[in-house]
Design a protein around this ligand. Structure first.
Ligand code: HEC
Ligand code: HEC
Length: 207
């Protein structure tokens, strides 16, 4: 019995070493997500009219757990979310991550009157700006915005208002990230809105 337990512990540690993060249980995550549904939607596709509350469906595995840990440690600040994570254990965070990352995205697109501004975003997203030294967003978030597990979040179909709020927070340093802070710092308000609209219109159908 003792030997079996030791073996199980060794196996789970090896799992951690090769994947870089623990896998949660999506069924348990679904149960635990009930308190989140009012703001993030039952399937993580958001709530009508709450466009500064992010969609969580189809997020790259590992990213949601990492953000929940950051809210809990205070590394990422948000008055609502800091309250929400207070009672979550690390296991809860991985279960929630496993549930949301498996949910199908429900893309919304953008309004025709926003397309012109979105084209400014598209140019930057795909090509960056060599004159100002702005990297192409695509190089880290993928050509269709699907992200790269576990570090680079999926942006495709995310609410433009939420994306804009995050880019402004990265720009003024209230949200901290070594990669995003210097990039956002260089963006103008118009570029931020254009990028946000472009990203909302992106679709990715991986999984
Ligand atoms: C009362 C509304 C509310 C509830 C309930 C809520 N959230 Fe949030 N959540 C927010 C808001 C607002 C933000 C955006 C914070 C910001 O702008 O930085 C957010 C952000 C997040 C993020 C960051 C997403 C990203 O793309 O970076 C995650 C992950 C998250 N919430 C998970 C959860 C989970 C899991 C629960 C349930 C345990 C939950 N939330 C409950 C309002 C809520
Ligand atoms: C060098 C890699 C890299 C490049 C280039 C990059 N990003 Fe990011 N981005 C990241 C990382 C890493 C994160 C996750 C930050 C965290 O963990 O808090 C991120 C997070 C974000 C978020 C927050 C998403 C969320 O769900 O909260 C947005 C919005 C974003 N990036 C937009 C952009 C845009 C727009 C561009 C191009 C102007 C861009 N990024 C270029 C690495 C990059």
């Amino acid at each position: 019995m003792k030997k079996l337990l030791v073996l199980a512990a060794a196996a789970s540690m090896m799992g951690l070493a090769t994947t870089g993060f623990a896998f949660g249980n999506p069924e348990k995550g679904k149960e635990k997500s009930q308190v989140c549904a009012a703001c993030h939607g039952v399937d993580g596709n958001g709530v009508e009219g709450q466009t500064t509350y992010p969609k969580l469906a189809h997020q790259v595995p590992g990213y949601i757990a990492a953000q929940l840990k950051d809210f809990k440690s205070g590394a990422r600040q948000d008055p609502i979310m800091m309250g929400m994570v207070a009672a979550l254990s690390e296991e809860d965070m991985y279960d929630l991550d496993a549930y949301y990352s498996k949910q199908k995205p429900a893309p919304v697109g953008i309004r025709p009157e926003d397309e012109e501004l979105a084209r400014i975003g598209e140019k930057l997203y795909r090509g960056g700006d060599t004159h100002y030294g702005i990297s192409a967003c695509m190089s880290c978030h993928g050509p269709t915005g699907e992200g790269i597990p576990i570090q680079y979040p999926n942006l495709s179909g995310q609410h433009a208002d939420y994306i804009e709020k995050q880019l402004v927070a990265f720009k003024d340093g209230t949200r901290k990230n070594d990669m995003m802070n210097p990039i956002a710092f260089l963006l103008s308000q118009e570029q931020i809105r254009g990028l946000s609209l472009y990203v909302q219109g992106l679709r990715s159908d991986h999984n």
